[in-house]
Design a protein around this ligand. Structure first.
Ligand SMILES: [Zn+2]
Ligand SMILES: [Zn+2]
Ligand SMILES: [Zn+2]
Length: 345
């Protein structure tokens, strides 16, 4: 089983999963994901490699099916071993088995690239992810789940065949933990959900608004780390993704595809990730936390300053990015006026 190791200084968790790469030369690779011919593709239904996949789940739908990840970052604890923390190396470091689940949600059509998904396929994908989310939450001892999608080599996709992944683990993700903490702090001071307030503010300002429908709002986040980083947020307060109804997920698919189509047009099929941030499964509900999707185009790479400081230099103001994504030319007018208007901090 892979191992979760805690940073003794910051408390952040990392997963050490040695199954994924065994020799130094395994790390030396091109960034292009593997484009298998369809008769030799591990995700194309019916091939020899497809048959080697572990436990095809029963939740397949018209466009999507689910398998276990062959190299799980979080592994099912089938033998019921203890997953408690232990103190390694004479009690100095803290670690624990990396238990949980790691599934691949595969879109059946090999040739369907993410930005070209129909609304039906995208709805199917989100509904299957929600169904697996609920099943894992009810049947396995996990603390939190993160559904993710990698598109393109720069975003970490290893094979071209379209697929999402569901990571279920015994820890709260470092990012979600920080967001929950910040959202609680905001709630303590303001008595309201920071995400709900942000939705209202962005709908008023409209400078970073990319798309809206009856249930979701898509904005370029004010403090974007990535050029064209776009957040898709439910309009009304909801802390748990897994409670989204089928209809709600149709609206999510509509908003996601609108944004992904525009990113495809403006950036010419960029590599990107998206992931869902939602409340950990051990919490029943929250007035301060609000689930959302973050879409992060990977059109720039981090340099030493970003890695060394965790302070990101984003060369594309989100106001200009949003203007491009709305189909407008980003003019000086759409560039941020914050430097002129800001009151002193
Ligand atoms: Zn395939
Ligand atoms: Zn809210
Ligand atoms: Zn988030």
């Amino acid at each position: 089983m892979p191992e979760l190791r805690q940073n003794i200084i910051t408390g952040d968790w990392v997963v050490v999963a040695p199954e994924r790469a065994k020799r130094p030369q395994d790390f030396i690779k091109t960034r292009n994901p593997h484009d298998h011919p369809k008769d030799d593709c591990p995700f194309c239904v019916g091939t020899e490699k497809y048959r080697q996949n572990k436990r095809v789940r029963q939740v397949a739908s018209e466009h999507v099916y689910v398998i276990e990840n062959r190299y799980p970052a979080f592994e099912e604890n089938e033998l019921g071993e203890s997953t408690k923390c232990y103190y390694a190396e004479g009690g100095f470091y803290r670690a624990r088995p990396s238990s949980g689940d790691h599934e691949v949600v595969v879109v059946k059509d090999h040739d369907l690239s993410l930005p070209k998904f129909s609304k039906t396929v995208a709805t199917d994908l989100f509904q299957v992810i929600r169904d697996r989310f609920l099943w894992i939450k009810q049947h396995e001892q996990v603390v939190s789940l993160i559904p993710i999608y990698n598109h393109g080599g720069e975003a970490g996709a290893s094979v071209v065949h379209p697929h999402a992944q569901l990571f279920a683990s015994g820890i709260v993700a470092n990012t979600v933990g920080r967001e929950m903490h910040g959202a609680e702090h905001y709630y303590d001071i303001n008595g309201s959900c920071v995400y709900c307030d942000m939705v209202s503010h962005e709908l008023e300002q409209r400078t970073r608004l990319v798309y809206e429908n009856d249930a979701f709002v898509a904005i370029n986040f004010f403090a974007s780390r990535f050029p064209f980083e776009t957040w898709v947020i439910p309009r009304r307060h909801e802390s748990q993704f897994e409670h989204a109804t089928n209809t709600h997920l149709e609206y999510l698919a509509d908003a996601m595809m609108a944004v992904l189509n525009r990113l495809d047009t403006v950036l010419h099929n960029p590599s990107l990730n998206f992931y869902i941030h939602t409340l950990p499964t051990i919490v029943d509900g929250s007035a301060s936390y609000h689930w959302h999707v973050e879409i992060t185009p990977r059109v720039t790479t981090y340099g030493g300053f970003e890695i060394g400081s965790d302070v990101i230099i984003n060369v594309m103001p989100p106001e200009a990015a949003a203007a491009y994504l709305r189909g407008e030319e980003a003019t000086k007018k759409s560039l941020p006026v914050m430097f002129m208007w800001n009151s002193p901090c």
